[in-house]
Design a protein around this ligand. Structure first.
Ligand code: NDP
Length: 341
């Protein structure tokens, strides 16, 4: 607790000013200034240091019902963020506490503390709680352990393998002695996967004529699990190569997020019946009761050097829309972050 300032603060924020059609454009966003505070009894004022941009935010830019409500026009966007408590009139928080919240895309925010988690920056750098130790790491862990129910020694195919979720999936599967084949869309990503994650094969999917045949070359005995971050042609190739009773973990379908018409693939869904496949989608926040187990598991693997991660950092709130758009152009290696202060 502290005596808080009685003045409001000028805070820059990114607002959605129009809904993207197809690929998001910079003109869909605007940098504006809002007054934040002064805080009331029971509140804290947080200054954001880091914010996350995530592919799922594209879905919230559409005016349609989904598992999260749409963003509103002329309102600031939201998303995972890490900040420092700079003023407190709440006995649960002290100035200097580092917290994880969901009011990214802005410099300052106030809260009564509901849904805010204190983080311990002595465990890992604060921004890791938006990545490997946060939502994206937990997505990888839930997808493999709770949805695929991964068995030691399985063969696993991972799309967007060098991204925030995919890179952790690859390493968690390697830690279970699986054979892992990843796909990625840039030479430096292929190199990183080969050098740092120890996976068994990497496909540069933009440079192959037939993804299904390429996958078959690397998995002559078929695959047991496909961890899908991409959908479309990747999903079709995986279904072609899955063994009987195999599993597709439907985590994301980024190849379709900006689509203006129905995707042309997968065209082979009958094989789901012929091979008795299980295709199961999941949303990470439905599994928050497993958070402690995830953190214990992940902390151990990090200590054992079995999990490493990469960050792509964009500087300044004004550039947050570029960081977001870059996700769909494959600009990021590992977790895409924006540093705000
Ligand atoms: P990433 O860090 O993987 O970044 C996105 C990557 O996707 C890009 O770098 C690019 O890599 C690849 N990509 C972009 N467009 C295409 C395309 N048209 N075709 C193929 N690949 C493409 O993002 P995240 O790790 O944050 O998210 C990965 C997936 O997981 C997303 O689909 C996301 O929606 C989903 N997700 C789901 C959650 C859940 O609860 N179900 C929670 C969190 C994420 P490349 O250069 O290799 O093409």
């Amino acid at each position: 607790m502290s005596t808080a300032n009685t003045e409001a603060i000028q805070s820059k924020q990114i607002e959605l000013v129009s809904r993207p059609e197809g690929m998001p454009q910079k003109s869909n966003f605007e940098l504006r200034t809002a007054e934040v505070g002064p805080i009331q009894d029971g509140e804290i004022l947080v200054k954001n240091q880091w914010m996350s941009v995530d592919p799922y935010m594209r879905g919230r830019m559409k005016d349609s019902d989904s598992y999260v409500p749409p963003f509103q026009i002329d309102q600031p966007l939201e998303g995972g963020c890490i900040g420092e408590v700079v003023q407190s009139r709440n006995s649960d928080f002290n100035e200097g506490d580092m917290v994880l919240g969901n009011l990214g895309w802005r410099e300052y925010w106030t809260s009564k503390g509901d849904g805010i988690t204190k983080i311990d920056p002595t465990i890992a750098p604060p921004q890791a709680f938006l990545g490997a130790l946060g939502m994206t790491g937990m997505t990888a862990w839930v997808g493999l352990h709770k949805i695929a129910r991964l068995k030691e020694g399985s063969t696993v195919f991972v799309s967007a393998a060098s991204g925030a979720v995919g890179s952790i999936v690859c390493q968690l599967a390697k830690a279970m002695n699986c054979r892992v084949i990843g796909s990625a869309g840039k030479k430096e990503k292929i190199q990183w996967l080969q050098d740092k994650t120890g996976i068994d094969a990497v496909i540069h999917y933009k440079e192959v004529d037939n993804l299904s045949q390429e996958l078959a070359k690397h998995a002559p005995d078929g695959i047991d699990v496909y961890f899908d971050n991409v959908g479309s042609e990747h999903l079709e190739a995986a279904i072609d190569n899955l063994n009987d009773f195999g599993c597709c973990v439907e985590c994301g379908m980024i190849a379709t997020y900006n689509a203006t018409e129905a995707p042309s693939a997968p065209r082979n869904l009958f094989k789901v019946i012929a091979k008795r496949l299980r295709i199961e989608g999941f949303i990470v926040r439905d599994h928050l009761d497993s958070k402690d187990e995830f953190v214990r598991d992940m902390a151990k693997l990090i200590q054992q050097d079995k999990v490493v991660w990469e960050e792509t950092v964009t500087e300044g709130i004004a550039n947050a829309p570029d960081a977001f758009i870059g996700l769909f152009e494959g600009d990021n290696l590992g977790k895409q972050l924006v540093r705000l202060s």
